[in-house]
Design a protein around this ligand. Structure first.
Ligand code: CMP
Length: 137
């Protein structure tokens, strides 16, 4: 078993998709190890996405990710990082495969409904950004 980290982003929550997306994730075989309904300050959002600091979309991304509540979660499954990226689909929902979370629930490349870690190393870093070891079950 391995784990990955996800966030249901502000657009997913604002559009009323929190329950549907969590249901999709659970039905795809992921077990929730930790979960938090919270909101990022601009400072925390900037820190989370610091790896994208030089990208042209960074400032807008920070503003957007701190614009409303999110759900942060740690998910467990065999091959969790890769399988979850398949479950959510391409970053740009227009390019995401049919049946993926982004195809079903996202509207734009920025407001793309969910985040999924891109490696085991980043899954560990991102999980620790939100959760202590005692908050994982
Ligand atoms: P995420 O997988 O969370 O990682 C970085 C985020 O930046 C991405 O999803 C999008 O929400 C956002 N983003 C905005 N514009 C772009 C872009 N042109 N390319 C990639 N990511 C973008």
């Amino acid at each position: 078993m391995s784990t990955t980290f996800t966030m249901l982003k502000p657009d997913a929550i604002a559009n009323g998709y929190m329950g549907a997306i969590l249901d999709h994730i659970i039905k795809a075989g992921f077990k929730i190890k930790a979960m938090k309904y919270t909101r990022l300050t601009a400072e925390r959002a900037g820190e989370f996405y610091a790896v994208h600091k030089e990208r042209p979309f960074y400032n807008d991304l920070v503003k957007y990710m701190s614009s409303g509540p999110i759900v942060a979660a740690i998910l467990e499954k065999d091959n969790a990082v890769e399988d979850f990226r398949k479950t959510i689909g391409a970053t740009d929902p227009a390019k995401a495969e049919a049946g993926t979370i982004r195809k079903l629930y996202a509207k734009s490349i920025e407001a793309n409904a969910v985040h999924g870690s891109d490696s085991d190393e980043n899954a560990a870093i991102e999980s620790s950004f939100f959760f202590s070891m005692t908050e994982r079950f």
